[in-house]
Write a protein that binds this ligand. Structure first.
Ligand SMILES: Cc1cc2nc3c(=O)[nH]c(=O)nc-3n(C[C@H](O)[C@H](O)[C@H](O)COP(=O)(O)O)c2cc1C
Length: 158
């Protein structure tokens, strides 16, 4: 796929079983937008894979949101990252977040996948235990703002 010039934008590409990761994505989006960075929230199961890939491709940054399912990523997110790896993206900055119930593991696995692709990462991502509380939503907002700041800095290099 052609490289193309990336925009100062961050799609949030997520999936969810019981809406906790979804509930995280909205304050994260707000944080990103409050830094003046465009942000779209895309629920992977409700969106063609090609649309999600295109949104990634157009954007300098990307966040993936995935709950932990049996110690690993949610399958649609794993599939998305597998498609992406085959396309060998470059010059993008990425991060991950998600809800978990006990040991977690999905966010860590997403970062392992990002590193395999050689992408710039903002670590350690954000994990929230079960359903986000109001306090957790503030953490999500701050996470979004901090991520957007890193994307703006990184974008200056291009
Ligand atoms: C089938 C199933 C397997 C799960 N496996 C794990 C797991 O291995 N580790 C963990 O920390 N949480 C696990 N959980 C808990 C979920 O990650 C947790 O409920 C989370 O809040 C779900 O987020 P969501 O509402 O965005 O789907 C599992 C939940 C389900 C339904």
């Amino acid at each position: 796929m052609a490289e193309g010039r990336a925009h100062l934008s961050v799609p949030i590409i997520y999936d969810t079983m019981w809406q906790s990761t979804e509930k995280m994505s909205l304050p994260i989006m707000q944080g990103i937008q409050d830094e003046g960075v465009d942000c779209k929230v895309i629920k992977l199961r409700a969106t063609p894979m090609s649309v999600a890939i295109k949104e990634f491709w157009k954007s300098r940054g990307c966040l993936v949101g995935t709950p932990t399912l049996n110690n690993i990523m949610y399958p649609t997110i794993a599939e998305f990252l597998t498609h992406l790896r085959g396309l060998r993206p470059k010059n993008r900055i990425v991060g991950a977040f998600g809800s978990f119930g006990w040991g977690g593991g999905a966010v860590k696995e997403a970062y392992e996948e990002f590193k395999r692709m050689g992408l710039e990462t903002v670590e350690p991502g954000l994990q929230i235990l079960y359903r986000p509380s109001l306090e957790d939503e503030t953490k999500c907002y701050d996470f979004g703002r901090e991520f957007a700041k890193k994307v703006k800095d990184y974008h200056l290099k291009f």
